[in-house]
Structure formats: structure tokens, C-alpha cells
Design a protein around this ligand. Structure first.
Ligand SMILES: [Zn+2]
Length: 239
């Protein structure tokens, strides 16, 4: 990458820097996660300071200079996702979604499907605060695992191939295990299993719902998978 780059981006984080600048963590379709600096944006007359808050969907021109950070030279707003910030639960859910993307996709490798997924998640949270619960958050994370190429195998026991009696989950083995292969796995109940399958098979807006007990098992399966296969620790969703 050299010269100027025109791209859509979601602002993942926006950090104050020096007197009037901001350092931005951006997620883009073709260039993955990028770091950029926006100079002078905290001055009152800045042209685009207000457009560089977290969760903004923007179209920007970035200039590649000598340093590691790109410099923001122009910004157009596509969506502010402003309603997200009005409620604690949607703000928190959006921050966790951005954080999970940031941790699982930290390089400049292209992931247009992850960009689209993040845009959908923010749009959904923006439109419907009832989507801010852990059901949606876990469905989103599962789809991120799929995009990262580390989604757990759910169709058959990862050890022996058995398709009945799937009762456990082993992140080391990479998916569900049957009753006879259950050593070194934790118990994954029927409801949790059904949630995993349904969440992967449906759009985010129709993410399945499940009991807190099942969601805790699902969260454990996702967290252990991310840790084991991507060396990434995701922030807990349930407490
Ligand atoms: Zn088995």
C-alpha cells in the first residue's frame, strides 16, 4: 500500500493523541484492521472531527506517509449509528462486537465478509435495542469464528465421526464429541448444541434465543475455540 487509499471503514476505537489529534483503529473490507492518525480533529473548526467516533461507518481517504500510521485526509459519513450511544446496553454490545473483531482480525488481511458482518451487527443494534443481549452477541462471535476459519465442527463427533449422542465440546479437538469420546471435553447440552447450529445457519437478525445456562456453555465453547485456535482471549459476554 502506498500513496492514497480510498476505503469504507468502521471506527473501532478513537483515542486522543497529543494536543488535537486522534489515533484511530479502523476496520476496512479490503485492508482489514488499520491504524490511522487524524490530525487537528479536536480543534473547534476541524472539518471532520465529529465523524471519527467509535461505531461510525465512514468512507475515507487515507494517505500513506513514512510512518506506520496512515493519515486521514478526508471523511464522509455513511452512518453515525448514533442511537447506539443512547443506551448503556447497546453501547456495550457494540463495543464488544468491535473489540472481538479487533482481536480476531488484527492484521491488514482482507476480510470483506467480516466488514459486512460488523456493519450488519451495528445496524441491528442501532435499530433494535432488544438485540443487545448475549444471544445476539454469541451468534455474532460464532460467525466471526467461521470467517476466521476456526468454526467448531458440529455435524459429527470430531474424534470418531459419530452423528448421534453428541454430548460434549472439546476446543482442542475442534468441535463436538459423542458420549464415548467425551473425555477431556465439557458437557454441551442439547439446547446449547441447537443454539450453535441455529446461530450459524441463520442471519444475525434471526439469531436464536436460549436459556442463560445454555448460553454459558455456548460462550465457553466460543471462548475456548478462540483461545485454542487463534490465541485470542475474547472479553466475557456473560457474567
Ligand atoms: Zn466420538
Amino acid at each position: 500500500m502506498s500513496g492514497s487509499l480510498r476505503t469504507d471503514a468502521i471506527v473501532l476505537r478513537s483515542l486522543r493523541y497529543g494536543e488535537a489529534d486522534r489515533i484511530l483503529h479502523l476496520f476496512t473490507p479490503r485492508h482489514g484492521r488499520l491504524g490511522a492518525i487524524a490530525k487537528g480533529v479536536r480543534r473547534a473548526r476541524s472539518r471532520f472531527g465529529a465523524r471519527l467516533e467509535p461505531f461510525f461507518h465512514v468512507r475515507m481517504i487515507l494517505h500513506q506517509g513514512r510512518g506506520e500510521l496512515l493519515t486521514v485526509t478526508s471523511v464522509d459519513t455513511i452512518a453515525t449509528n448514533g442511537a447506539l450511544r443512547e443506551r448503556g446496553e447497546t453501547l456495550d454490545a457494540a463495543a464488544r462486537a468491535c473489540d472481538a473483531v479487533s482481536r480476531l482480525f488484527e492484521t491488514s488481511e482482507p476480510h470483506p465478509e467480516v466488514f459486512t458482518l460488523l456493519v450488519s451487527e451495528l445496524t441491528l443494534l442501532q435499530a433494535d435495542a432488544s438485540q443487545a443481549g448475549p444471544d445476539n452477541g454469541l451468534a455474532f462471535r460464532l460467525k466471526l469464528l467461521l470467517a476466521a476459519g476456526i468454526v467448531p465442527q458440529l455435524s459429527a463427533c470430531v474424534v470418531c465421526g459419530e452423528t448421534e449422542d453428541l454430548r460434549g465440546f472439546s476446543s482442542a479437538a475442534g468441535g463436538v464429541v459423542c458420549a464415548s469420546c467425551q473425555t477431556a471435553a465439557f458437557v454441551l447440552e442439547e439446547e446449547s448444541y441447537r443454539f450453535l447450529v441455529a446461530a450459524l445457519g441463520s442471519p444475525l437478525a434471526q439469531a436464536p434465543r436460549a436459556s442463560p445456562r445454555a448460553l454459558r456453555q455456548v460462550e465457553r465453547a466460543i471462548a475456548e475455540t478462540a483461545e485454542h485456535h487463534a490465541n485470542v482471549r475474547l472479553r466475557p459476554l456473560l457474567r
